[in-house]
Design a protein around this ligand. Sequence first.
Ligand SMILES: [Zn+2]
Length: 472
Amino acid sequence: MSFRISLLAAAAAVSIAPIASGQERTEFEQQAREIYRNVVEVRSARGHENVPKIVDYVVGELKAAGFSDEDIEVTDYDNDGEATQGLVVWYRSPDPQDKPIALLAHMDVVDALAEDWVREPYKLIEEEGYFFGRGTADNKYGVTSLVATFIRLKEEGFEPTRDLVMVLSGDEETGMVSTRAQANWVAEEVDPAFVLNADAGGLGLDDNGEPLDYGIQGAEKTYATFELTVTNPGGHSSAPRADNAIYELADALKKIEAYKFPVRYNDLTLASIEAAGRKRLDRLGNAQRAFAADPTDEDAIEVLRANPATVGQIGTTCIATMLRAGHAENALPQSATATVNCRIFPGVGIEATEATLKDVVGNEDVQFELISDLVESPESGMREDVLAAVETALEARGVTDVDIIPHMSAGGTDGMHYRNLGYDTYGVGGAAAKQNDTFAHGLNERLLVSSFYDGLDHFYIILKELAGPEEG
Ligand SMILES: [Zn+2]
């Protein structure tokens, strides 16, 4: 499917260029920045059990804006010994005309270590036109934009024509225990018409900050994590044996490193790769267009495989992410274990992927164990009302004449659990970013300051479009 929508508004496209700091901000913008600061500055990574601090803070803000106890539900979860929480907030319609809309974001982050970062990771720092800090992009901007939008609409006295249910999860980056429970709860208690996720989708910018296109996440790859283990009788390190668990595991990992999974594509990925390439004149753009025209083009495949932003779009990827081995510096290792994380292309399946990895490794001493729960999620068919609402939001933000492109996300988000239960789920985040510029999960994560403020209207407009009274 291709969903090429040209946004032809009278207004000229406005550049999302960095705005000088010190510019006057509206009261709402300042309030949103304060929410952002408060949630970024909580170290809500696994191992710290700080998600409840975010919940407490957000609940306080929502109550101050007029949400009642009956509108707010806080739930405790245990993710493999780690306490976390989920938060559900109902924005009730006085007279519902339609099934509800569920809105997703996650409060947890991948941990960041201060010694590795240039700036303090758990402090919101505004510098060089960016907000720096862990979670500034993934996903505390999503949390901020949903919470701030609920507060803004409530304070304006907005009465939705259908219930809006905000669902914030507490362990999206690790076990998704809260996500899974919340998705089941939403299916039973809310049964929404569809789900909007603030943790995916967004406006792509070129290197000059000009809008390229807007991506809606309509599908996700399957997330699967394996542990590969080699065991050995071990012994004293002064008397080495010929076989060694660490060397054997290292050999297996080097084979996985060298292996490229076969190229895969579907209508949605070809359309999104083609659209992404249409506005780029560089080598990557050439490769994207060439691949969309002929997915067997070896030169194009090579370029797309070499780029972290595109490699996941053309097939399954499996990559080593963690290692543990040995028990003493003067002992031969009795075991060595590597964690290998796979993002499986829709339709390939987990068994086939595991079989491929075993073939590649070619050593029966290497034991495979699937340690993640498998969640296959089908592609969500596009909805005209959602596309139209996004288009209206972009126009209102001065972004015109860009394509809205449904895409498959290589990462795993909360959305897959909702798709798995049969709910169409769309990643429609409000942020704008240049390619490879947010460093989500990595060092020095950041978000353009201009994008922060510009994107605050995004869900506000989308919700007014999808849950507001008909304009007369
Ligand atoms: Zn995320």
